[in-house]
Design a protein around this ligand. Structure first.
Ligand SMILES: [Zn+2]
Length: 241
């Protein structure tokens, strides 16, 4: 809320030619600030575009099953770390993949990759649990029992782990631009917030369940708004990329 207001200080800008002066208030540079992140996006996209190689690219998506939502909410740092390490872990099994690819004709068979990711993730999560690194809310306190946790994790591994890989819609350039829409997006953009009054917030949203085209309005209490916003705040040190 203090971003680009006098609270953070300011600097004066003056045109060399006409002498026009303007005061610019300083930015907060926070990872979750919609004003600051919006400006970083084109820069990020430019840099990624410069790195592209003249080869075929594939777009791979990894997800976790919904069963893990609650533990993930209470153990963001550990679970996000494990998740990213598991996705990365797949590509380090070099020799095994190359052997497989001779038979299957492509380097990373999607189903095998998905199973591998699930295995690495489960092992790492079990290890974190054994080391006493996970915390559970009251509602899930039964998971403090090692037998129960084993059962829970076992169940989660049978849930849907949606992993898929596809060719980019057109060019890798388009994919980078597409991903750029998400990498710097914050929970809600300023334009979507219509009104703040009497402890209530009104904002625009799109209803995924209702064709996702029509823009609707919702009014909720400030506390509820902040609660929802905080769900999108990443642990310290984390970036979306
Ligand atoms: Zn800011």
């Amino acid at each position: 809320m203090r971003c680009r207001t006098s609270a953070l200080g300011s600097h004066k800008l003056k045109c060399d030619k006409c002498g026009y002066k303007r005061i610019e208030y300083d930015s907060c540079c926070n990872r979750h600030c919609p004003k600051c992140q919006g400006a970083k996006r084109p820069e990020w996209v430019e840099k990624r575009l410069a790195e592209l190689l003249p080869v075929a690219y594939y777009h791979s998506v990894f997800t976790l099953p919904h069963t893990l939502n609650l533990p993930a909410l209470y153990n963001m740092k550990i679970i996000y770390d494990i998740f990213l390490a598991s996705c990365g872990g797949i590509s380090t099994d070099g020799k095994k993949w190359i052997n497989l690819s001779y038979r299957k004709k492509f380097l990373f068979p999607v189903k095998a990759m998905s199973m591998r990711m699930r295995k690495i993730f489960s092992e790492k999560l079990q290890r974190a649990y054994d080391d006493g690194k996970l915390v559970f809310p009251e509602k899930f306190s039964c998971l403090k029992e090692p037998e129960n946790f084993k059962h829970f994790l076992n169940r989660a591994t049978w849930d849907k782990w949606i992993n898929y890989t596809k060719k980019p819609f057109s060019s890798p350039e388009k994919v980078v631009k597409y991903i750029g829409h998400y990498t710097h997006r914050v929970a809600i953009s300023n334009q979507r917030i219509i009104d703040i009054a009497n402890g209530k917030i009104t904002f625009k949203y799109r209803d995924y369940k209702d064709s996702n085209v029509i823009s609707k309005m919702m009014t909720i209490s400030a506390e509820e708004f902040i609660r929802r916003f905080l769900l999108h705040i990443l642990p310290k040190g984390f970036k979306k990329i």
